[in-house]
Structure formats: structure tokens, C-alpha cells
Design a protein around this ligand. Structure first.
Ligand code: AMP
Ligand code: MG
Length: 420
């Protein structure tokens, strides 16, 4: 193995050791969906603050209906009504009922709700002044949601570190927290390097290629929870690259470049990083994407990915994505890994670890998880990554797999921490 080449786990450990969580900021609770909370959310009131009806119907004294028998219904007088937002404040004596809507507070002293469908109006229209008949008894507490069912005042309804869901945003709002505290999105600078690169809006002339990596890496940064910032594409010119990198490390929390990362004649990235900062590694046991430089420039973490588009994407997935998530305070940094049966031969002609683009599926007949990698693994191709849902791992020590072998697949389509 190439003497500079370090295992992926070590590379990830080094990257994670050089990023820190961003500052805590306050945002509208709904905007924090998918983010870990930086602080507990404590409710200032009981949730719900009052006992309320789970049904549209009549609130009664359960005792009044205790004597109901088959063929001998009990009739009560309707003395008022309760709708959401409209509170009945009168007294309710024995033999009386209150018409009530779902969510409305149950008047003090009444201890059961009977739904409309189980009540017969015998006089009037069912509203105040009517008489209504009940054919079955109602147990105490029937159709009543107790006060404090969700939480009591002063309790934490959400804990620091917990990832907020849509339901959680609603819960925070109920708790009086329209805004919650999370970590700011790290600003991730993105730069493409290559004299051959042209803007996607340009039709390339011979020898030129459209800059695909910028779009791919900006998207990957956004998806990881960063605030991506595009610094354009620069030619393979050392002074221009250095200028762009200086601007980036000034303005960003984390810097990602692609291109100019291998040891070709015009590859300056590593040289700049060595001269102006610290290089912490420059080769990883990884295909695609062996030529990855990581270090610090002006104290800012810097990741130089190789220009081959699939390699740049896989390198970002393996190293930049966990770093961005760590900066946002996520505890779960690893994508779920599954065991699957390989359906076609996988050959590995090199020592380094492979992550082949692949598709995992559940066999309809056997129920077994199978993984198909039988498409081109050329690192220039992005379509195969677009259509892959996993990366099939072939560890350093193996020469490949035969059909029927079991292999580990990294589910790049599923969130970190997902339980399979
Ligand atoms: P490099 O890392 O500069 O040696 O680039 C490796 C390969 O990736 C070359 O074929 C480049 O043309 C290609 N490449 C580099 N940067 C990009 C980019 N931003 N978009 C698409 N392809 C690129
Ligand atoms: Mg290049």
C-alpha cells in the first residue's frame, strides 16, 4: 500500500478532530426541523392546560347515567354549550348536561363526555334548552383528555441533542417556544479548479468540460446542513488558486475544493496547503477518491478533493458530510450499514478499499437483501451515483466478491442514525 495512504476511519477521525460545533442561534421552531436542539425545550404551562373533550357530544355527570338500563334511557337538560374558544361558565346541577365540541374545556364537576352519535334529542334542537336521552352509561373520564396529558408546567418536552421533527416543532410551539436554539449552519466554501472548466451555461469547445463538481458539492453541502458559498471555478494557476483559497478560509468555517488534487503537472492545491498551512493527510485508502488533501489554512479546515466527479462526491460524503453534521451538533454521523448478498462478481485489483456505486433491493421471492453493482465504476460518471442507493464496500484485505457472498453496503439514501 502507498505509504502515505491512511485508512478512511483515520481520515475521518482527523477531520472530525479539527472541526468544532458552531455557535448557538435562535430560529423559528419550524425552521429547526431535522436539526439537533442545542437546549432543552421546557413548557411554561400544563399541556394541555385544561381537561378537554376528545369528542363532539355532551358533557355529563357520570353518576347521572349510572342507572341507565336497556329500554330505560335517562334524559338530561342541556344548560349550555362549550365550543373551542367559547367557555361555559355556569353551574351544572345533577340532571343537567352541556353540549361540548372537541377540544373545548370540560366544565368543572362534569366527568364524562358522551358522543353525539350515542345521544337522542327528545326535545328541542339539541342546543341549550333541549332535552337529550342517553341509552348507555358512561364511565368516569370517558372521552376526556386530562390536563397535563402531554406534560406538566416546568417539564422538558424536548431534550438537548434531540433532532427536531415536524411534530416536535408543534410541541415546542405548544410549550410557548416559537423559537428554539440550534447551531448555526456552517458556511462551507466551494471552489472548482481546472483550466478546462467552463460554466454550465456555456457550450464547451474541444478540450473544455462543464463544471459539474460545483453544483454537486454545493448540493451535497446543502444536504448535509451547511450554508454553501460558491467561490467559482479557477484555472490551474497557482497564484489564482492561492488567492481564491485565501478568500475562502477568511469567510468560511470549512473549505472544499475539487480538482488539482492529484500529482499531475498542474496540481497546486497540495503545494499551497503545505506552504500556507498544515497538511494532515494527502492520500486515503479509498476508491474512488484516493487523492484527498486535508489540512488547516489560516486555522480553517480545508478539504481538497480530486476532480473526478464521482470521486469528489464520494470523498465529500465520507469526510465533509460528517464534519458538517458535527459542526451542527449532530450526534449521529455514520450512515446506516447493511449486509447484503452480492448478485454479480465484484473484482478489486488494488489494495485500497473500494466503495462501488450499487443498488440494494429486497428480493421479492426470498426476502433477502441483494446488492447489484454491475454498472460502470468509472469515477468520471455521475449518473451511476445519482441512481445508486448505496456504496458497496470491499475492504483492503479482499480481492472482491463472488455472487452469493455477503458484503457491507453503506446506505447513502438513508439518514445517519436510521435503524434498519
Ligand atoms: P484533477 O483532479 O484536476 O486531476 O481532475 C481529474 C478529472 O476530473 C479530469 O478529467 C478533470 O477534467 C475532471 N474535473 C475536474 N474538475 C471538474 C469539475 N469541476 N467538473 C467536472 N469535472 C472535473
Ligand atoms: Mg485538473
Amino acid at each position: 500500500m502507498d505509504e502515505h495512504m491512511i485508512p478512511l476511519e483515520e481520515a475521518r477521525r482527523i477531520v472530525l478532530a479539527h472541526v468544532a460545533p458552531t455557535e448557538v442561534v435562535e430560529v423559528d421552531a419550524w425552521r429547526a426541523v431535522g436539526l439537533p436542539l442545542a437546549e432543552d425545550v421546557v413548557t411554561d404551562i400544563d399541556l394541555s392546560p385544561f381537561a378537554n373533550s376528545a369528542m363532539d357530544g355532551y358533557a355529563v355527570h357520570a353518576q347521572d347515567l349510572a342507572g341507565v338500563e336497556e329500554g330505560a334511557p335517562v334524559t338530561l337538560s342541556v344548560v349550555g354549550h362549550e365550543a373551542a374558544g367559547h367557555v361555559f361558565s355556569g353551574e351544572v346541577a345533577a340532571g343537567e348536561a352541556v353540549r361540548i365540541m372537541t377540544g373545548a374545556p370540560v366544565p368543572p364537576g362534569l366527568d364524562a363526555v358522551v358522543k353525539y352519535e350515542d345521544v337522542t334529542v327528545v326535545e328541542g334542537d339539541g342546543a341549550e334548552g333541549s332535552r337529550v336521552a342517553f341509552a348507555t352509561p358512561a364511565p368516569v373520564g370517558a372521552n376526556i383528555r386530562e390536563a397535563g396529558l402531554e406534560a406538566r408546567a416546568g417539564e422538558a418536552v424536548l431534550s438537548a441533542g434531540e433532532v427536531l421533527t415536524a411534530a416536535g416543532a408543534g410541541l415546542a410551539a405548544s410549550a410557548g417556544c416559537a423559537r428554539v436554539r440550534v447551531r448555526r449552519a456552517p458556511v462551507v466554501g466551494v471552489l472548482s479548479i481546472g483550466t478546462e472548466l467552463v460554466d454550465p451555461a456555456t457550450v464547451p469547445s474541444r478540450g473544455q468540460i462543464r463544471d459539474a463538481n460545483s453544483a454537486a458539492i454545493l448540493a451535497a453541502a446543502l444536504d448535509a446542513g451547511a450554508e454553501p458559498r460558491f467561490f467559482g471555478a479557477v484555472p490551474d494557476d497557482e497564484a489564482e488558486i492561492a488567492r481564491a483559497i485565501h478568500a475562502m478560509v477568511e469567510a468560511c468555517d470549512f473549505v472544499v475544493t475539487s480538482g488539482g488534487a492529484s500529482a499531475g503537472d498542474y496540481d497546486y492545491v497540495e503545494a499551497i496547503a503545505r506552504r500556507e498551512g498544515t497538511v494532515l493527510f494527502d492520500r486515503i485508502s479509498l476508491r474512488p477518491g484516493k487523492a484527498i488533501t486535508f489540512g488547516l489554512i489560516g486555522g480553517t479546515p480545508f478539504l481538497g478533493l480530486s476532480g473526478n466527479p464521482a470521486a469528489a462526491c464520494v470523498g465529500f460524503e465520507m469526510l465533509a458530510r460528517p464534519a458538517i453534521r458535527a459542526m451542527r451538533g449532530h450526534g449521529a454521523l455514520a450512515r446506516p450499514v447493511q449486509d447484503a448478498v452480492v448478485t454479480s462478481r465484484v473484482k478489486k485489483g488494488q489494495q485500497r478499499r473500494f466503495y462501488d456505486r450499487a443498488v440494494v433491493a429486497r428480493d421479492a421471492v426470498t426476502g433477502a437483501l441483494t446488492v447489484d453493482h454491475s454498472f460502470s465504476q468509472n469515477s468520471a460518471l455521475l449518473g451511476t451515483l445519482q441512481h445508486a442507493n448505496c456504496l458497496l464496500m470491499v475492504p483492503e484485505g479482499l480481492k472482491g466478491y463472488e455472487p452469493g457472498d455477503r458484503a457491507a453496503v453503506v446506505r447513502i439514501d438513508l439518514p445517519e442514525g436510521a435503524v434498519l
